[in-house]
Design a protein around this ligand. Structure first.
Ligand SMILES: Cc1cc2nc3c(=O)[nH]c(=O)nc-3n(C[C@H](O)[C@H](O)[C@H](O)COP(=O)(O)O)c2cc1C
Length: 195
């Protein structure tokens, strides 16, 4: 990952909050599911959404916050699908393990997540119900197999009715995510970041 040009956020202080589940922590001997879910940078294994979050963070003056559950998700793909399916069926609200410190200070929240079953992962509901983001700008970004955002931007707006939710967020498919840095920079540029 090349370090980007850092410029001031156009609208004040920004946060990159993301959720991502790399399905392995080893760069060696990955199976297809693990390769699909990861980007390896200098031997470091990152989740797809985590990689995009890092690129955004490196090219803005944003702080970085990883949304993680108290109970970690299984790395095994089949197990992860089982847990995620059950959470969705129960309309669960998995508890995040940490809170954003002083959310008040941020004007802009880049919010990143993988598409899970055409929806937000349930922990995103937990996150969005935990804070009042009224008056802030939420800039969604998603990674997926192919589905893109599905209806998630509308869901974010429903959960945060008094926030401005940017409707042309960044959607990257996992097949191209490792080569997506130029596209991410163009998108940031279009919003006045990373000059
Ligand atoms: C539980 C689960 C459900 C998924 N559902 C979808 C889906 O409905 N549509 C899609 O295009 N991709 C789906 N995917 C693929 C992920 O969105 C994709 O691999 C994403 O880039 C993973 O990001 P991450 O590595 O940051 O967790 C799903 C993956 C998982 C684990």
């Amino acid at each position: 990952m090349e370090p980007g040009n850092v410029t001031s956020a156009p609208d004040g202080k920004a946060l990159v909050a993301y959720f991502s589940v790399p399905e392995t922590d080893s760069a060696e001997n990955m199976n297809a599911e693990e390769e699909n879910s990861t980007v390896v940078i200098d031997g470091e294994v990152l989740g797809n959404t985590q990689y995009v979050a890092y690129v955004i963070q490196e090219n803005t003056e944003a702080n970085l916050f990883r949304i993680e559950p108290v109970t970690a998700y299984p790395m095994d793909h089949a197990e992860l699908e089982k847990v995620a399916t059950e959470e969705k069926r129960q309309n669960a609200r998995p508890e995040p393990s940490a809170q954003v410190e002083d959310m008040e200070q941020y004007d802009t929240i880049f919010l990143g997540y993988p598409n899970w079953y055409g929806d937000l992962p349930m922990i995103l509901y937990s996150f969005l119900e935990q804070y009042d983001l009224a008056g802030k700008t939420i800039i969604p970004f998603v990674t997926s197999g192919a589905s893109g955002f599905s209806g998630t931007i509308g869901t974010i707006q429903e959960l945060q009715p008094d926030a401005t939710v940017i409707t042309d967020g960044l959607s990257i498919t996992r097949a191209v995510v490792q080569d997506a840095e130029p596209e991410i920079l163009i998108w940031l540029n279009g919003m006045g970041y990373a000059g």
